[in-house]
Design a protein around this ligand. Sequence first.
Ligand SMILES: O=P(O)(O)OC[C@H]1O[C@H](O)[C@H](O)[C@@H](O)[C@@H]1O
Length: 422
Amino acid sequence: MASSVLISDTEPWKDLKAHVADINKTHLRDLMNDVKRSQLMTNEFDGILLDYSRQRATPETLEKLFKLAEAASLKEKINRMFGGEHINSTENRSVLHVALRAPRDAVIQSDGKNVVPDVWEVLDKIQKFSESIRSGSWVGATGKALKDVIAVGIGGSFLGPLFVHTALQTDPEAIETARGRQLHFLANVDPIDVARNIAGLNPETTLVVVVSKTFTTAETMLNARTLREWISSSLGPDAVAKHMVAVSTNLTLVEKFGIDPNNAFAFWDWVGGRYSVCSAVGVLPLSLQYGFSVVEKFLKGASSIDQHFCSTPFEKNIPVLLGLLSLWNVSFLGYPARAILPYSQALEKFAPHIQQVSMESNGKGVSIEGVILPFETGEIDFGEPGTNGQHSFYQLIHQGRVIPCDFIGVVKSQQPVYLKGT
Ligand SMILES: O=P(O)(O)OC[C@H]1O[C@H](O)[C@H](O)[C@@H](O)[C@@H]1O
């Protein structure tokens, strides 16, 4: 497809537009009676089962969506991303968050350089540093071990790490490795958030991690200055070196702020802030709380789905299927919202994380060439764990508007409780 042609001007798009009328004649009840269709519309990878049989779509819809993906050169675009090409055209940068979780021996190039050794240099540094804090070999200004951590950051420097922390909190292995430690997140510029975070904490035993890709974000810098004052007014200005570290791509500003560059953990401009949870942004605070080996498992899981996304044919490719179905719902069927409904309290912060990842990326009013789009894009994501949401907004979903829902179930709970006789 020539880059100046809008996707909505292609034949596969027009074909899907016409197909909407066919789907409008069907009822989900009848679609679900078609056993073969239901079997076709499931897919499994690495313990994840995707069942999309309850979408308002048929195998024919899928065929048409795959043709649209072809017209959009989706496969080539995926290859270009993994190949380190500058697909972030507005900033002229590679988009390589996948390199953050690549195995040590992988080769991923950006601007003619393999970036994987740089990634592992920082991961090794995090492992060493977090072990020294956790073991008590690194102590604070008054000689006490640092058992509590406040991670200061907002947006992508907050939501991903908070999501993973919330998910790990009730994992049996992570409970053991986090014993005696606390991890807090300070994001809001409202001083109430500072007050809540430091309540009950002692600066003598607290480590502050300032997390900011740019190191200029107003909220984060104000909160960082507030905590610097909290530490230095209680322990003296020299204590800052022992009690504050940073994660950033802007190491010059980190040093200017007064943090020892040896205690700064780098990442790179080819990591979009909202996709940075697998960089030091997430790995440092989470390793301090749970130990590096627990966090490494998270990186391995992310790497596994990267491989799946990169190499699996679209018919079986879970991220591609989810993306195409979202496009179908939003831009063809006209459903603007999507509810994310995990039936697991551990996934409580999943919807806010996806909100940023999806809504800060998609839903633009113009094409990548700046041409105004004649159709709606991007979904409004919201969600709550079930069953809480059932007693709140499900009423509207049942009886009011049509809202496509992603139900997420877990087969084996982190915390199984079986009450006899129920
Ligand atoms: O990590 P920082 O540079 O402090 O940025 C924090 C956030 O700032 C802005 O809101 C950007 O739109 C977000 O994508 C980013 O995550």
